[in-house]
Ligand binder design. Structure first.
Ligand code: CP
Length: 343
């Protein structure tokens, strides 16, 4: 892979680039495990001179290129996991989170009214080394990139368009649990039209040999651009179906897309002027006990919006959402280091 600068969309990453990123993520994960061990040991007994030296050496290596650099965390939409993992990653690597906005309310009236471009230009004058941007509109990260005077932009979610770093974390999770991605069958279920994580993940999966089952009502299916990409990809077989129970016995990965009504607490939600009943969509397109009974042994369930009160018996769900979240930290550490090391 050439130098990594902006991260805007998943299509930037081919199979080779992903392999390179995964190796770098492996290093971050190993380092964090080791660092955590040293910290715990140090709290009880002091480290030997040898251990102290080794700890210092590996910390210097991990933080090289990032230490002392500034990240601006510019979130026009709220976020828990993405923002927390980027900010934690930066701090672990010895960098600073110099600016951190966490929702549109935190922007001044002027900034809210001004074009995103003006805000990015203005922030660029404050000497950031990288800007992490979440925005409600599709294409916002690309717009920010166009006006950024050399400061790398990382897309942390732009409307329903893309969430490339989450997709890399999800793919890394799959690769780690199954040791390889080729040969897997993966089902996405729910509102596939609006899921930026799944859009980005589909673009990444187009680089591999996989079967993809897209399970959704017709009006909420994957957007045309993603379907075109998957249909053209040499190694992908795409099956669009609307009955989860029929296909669940064929897949190793079952990825639940967020159903919007759940978050807003409403009975209905609207996508592209079309109204949907939350209850109806949830009944037919979420993972329930019937579905779980048919899951293949060794399969996993990925669901970033998972809440224990959603009636599933936790013991029976091979849920990996906590692994997804932790891998999100390691992935963001690796990506920040790759970007910042080269500027
Ligand atoms: N992964 C993800 O997008 O979660 P947040 O909305 O909490 O950032």
């Amino acid at each position: 892979m050439g130098k990594l600068h902006h991260i805007i969309e998943a299509q930037q990453f081919d199979r080779r680039a992903l392999q390179e990123i995964f190796l770098s993520v492996d290093k971050m994960a190993d380092w964090m495990v080791q660092e955590d061990m040293w910290m715990k040991k140090e709290a009880q007994v002091s480290l030997s001179a040898e251990e102290k030296k080794e700890r210092q050496r590996s910390r210097l290596e991990m933080q090289r290129g990032v230490k002392g650099k500034r990240m601006f965390s510019v979130f026009y939409q709220s976020s828990t996991r993405t923002r927390a993992s980027f900010e934690t990653a930066m701090k672990i690597l010895g960098g600073e989170v110099a600016v951190s906005f966490s929702s549109e309310q935190e922007f001044s009236n002027t900034a809210r009214k001004k074009a995103l471009e003006d805000t990015v230009r203005g922030l660029g004058l404050l000497f950031p080394h990288v800007i992490v941007l979440r925005h409600p509109h599709a294409g916002a990260a690309e717009r920010a990139k166009e006006v950024s005077s050399g400061v790398p932009i990382i897309n942390a979610g732009d409307g329903p368009n893309q969430h490339p770093t989450q997709a890399i974390a999800d793919l890394y999770t799959i690769r780690n649990l199954f040791k390889q991605i080729d040969g897997l069958s993966i089902a996405f279920v729910g509102n596939l039209f609006s899921s930026r994580e799944i859009r980005s993940l589909c673009y990444l999966l187009a680089e591999y040999d996989v079967d993809i089952y897209a399970v959704s009502p017709d009006m909420l299916k994957l957007r045309q651009d993603v379907r075109d990409c998957l249909n053209k990809a040499a190694g992908v077989r795409l099956f669009e179906v609307d009955n989860l129970e029929e296909i669940v016995g064929k897949v190793k990965v079952l990825y639940q897309a967020r159903i919007p009504g759940k978050a807003s607490g409403g009975d209905t939600f609207v996508v592209e002027d079309q109204m949907f009943s939350y209850r109806e969509i949830k009944k037919r397109y979420t993972i329930n006990d019937q579905v779980l009974k048919k899951l293949l042994k060794g399969s996993i369930v990925m669901d970033l919006s998972f809440r224990p009160e959603d009636s599933l018996d936790l013991k029976n769900v091979p849920l990996v959402c906590y692994t997804q979240i932790q891998n999100g930290l390691f992935v963001r550490m690796a990506l920040l280091k790759m970007i910042l090391d080269s500027i």
